[in-house]
Design a protein around this ligand. Structure first.
Ligand SMILES: Cc1ncc(COP(=O)(O)O)c(C=O)c1O
Length: 341
């Protein structure tokens, strides 16, 4: 039986065309700034999100953590949406590497200007840790790939900036937000000081993310990348895959979103709660006995991720076809039927 892997959009294999682009890539030593493929990718990525400059890094985690280091000092507080990736899934890096605390605001990864104002702490009170950075996430992974409504997001960013805070957008899946909302990535990212996005998720590249922002900030980011061990040498083989992904795999995200909707409908028809309704490429669903469902799906070569007791995530991506979605639904139906006796 062909395995169907719906755990994440990070599991994709490079396409033959992407592998060809990797094989053809002109290379140099990127720590010397001499890799033409990395330089081309950084220029294209910065332009695509409307920023002056970009730095290519191995992961979304590194992009976010460099941004936090750039914008904060030890002992300060970063405001982020509930369930933010920078808080929950980056190994405690914000506290370990930047020495900051993260306070969450709003619900389901979304927040409003009023939440920012209510949580704001100025640097003038010696007893309190000042809030100096707002970090938003779009789409929001923990809440099931939700798109942050852009007007609400920008109002919150404006409120933060009026209070003197810096702003960073964790756009690991920014192009899912672009495709789902019809608002260009550059327009979504416009008011933010920095924006990170990943090539290795829905865009289907094997490795890599970028941090984009003003030229001087990205220059400082390069030093931070070196400090973190993220200076890569002939990284153009990876940059070529990333550039191929940016040029060829953005519009097709709409297919992933349509498949996620179909998958969500099919799962709901099995009598399982699907919540929220899929907005992009993620389907969150429930089944009370977490371990039993994991075992039963795995036995049928169907892989999904548990996200909490009785909660699961299934993600559509480049390597999941319409037929795979139908087959996944059949295998899930069979697993559920077995468990219901
Ligand atoms: C919203 C978000 N930000 C950042 C990351 C980190 O990316 P990486 O796994 O490349 O470190 C992820 C990974 O899934 C993510 O979902």
């Amino acid at each position: 039986m062909k395995p169907i892997d719906l755990r994440s959009d990070t599991v994709t294999q490079p396409t033959p065309a992407m592998r060809e682009a990797m094989a053809r890539a002109p290379l140099g030593d990127d720590v010397y700034g001499e890799d033409p493929s990395v330089n081309a990718l950084e220029a294209a990525a910065a332009a695509r999100v409307g920023k002056e400059a970009a730095v290519f890094v191995p992961s979304g985690t590194m992009a976010n953590q460099i941004a936090i280091r750039l914008h904060t000092h030890h002992g300060e507080v970063v405001l982020a949406g509930a369930g933010a990736h920078v808080l929950r899934y980056e190994g405690g890096a914000a506290s370990a590497l930047a020495g900051v605390q993260i306070a969450t605001i709003g619900e389901d990864g979304l927040f409003a200007a009023a939440d920012v104002r209510a949580a704001y702490v100025p640097a003038t009170n010696v007893h309190l840790a000042p809030t100096t950075l707002l970090a938003a996430e779009d789409t929001h992974n923990g809440s099931g790939g939700r798109v942050f409504p852009v007007a609400v997001l920008h109002e919150a960013v404006r409120a933060a900036q009026e209070l003197g805070m810096r702003t960073h957008l964790d756009g690991a899946r920014l192009f899912d937000a672009e495709v789902a909302s019809g608002v260009a990535a550059a327009a979504i990212a416009a008011p933010f000081d920095t924006v990170a996005f990943c090539f290795s998720k829905g865009l289907g590249a094997p490795v890599g993310s970028v941090l984009c922002g003003p030229r001087d900030a990205i220059l400082r980011a390069r030093r931070l990348r070196k400090m973190l061990g993220g200076g890569m040498r002939q990284a153009g083989v990876l940059a070529a895959a990333a550039l191929h992904a940016l040029e060829h795999h953005v519009a097709r995200l709409a297919e992933d979103h349509a498949r996620a909707r179909r998958l969500g409908e099919g799962i709901a028809k099995l009598g399982l709660c699907v919540d929220p309704e899929p907005e992009t490429n993620m389907v969150m669903f429930e089944f009370a006995d977490t371990m039993a469902l994991l075992r039963a799906t795995r036995a049928r070569d169907l892989l999904v991720n548990p996200t909490g007791p009785g909660r699961f995530r299934a993600v559509t991506h480049l390597d999941v076809s319409d037929a795979d979605v139908e087959e996944a639904l059949e295998r899930l139906a069979d697993a559920v039927a077995e468990l219901r006796g």
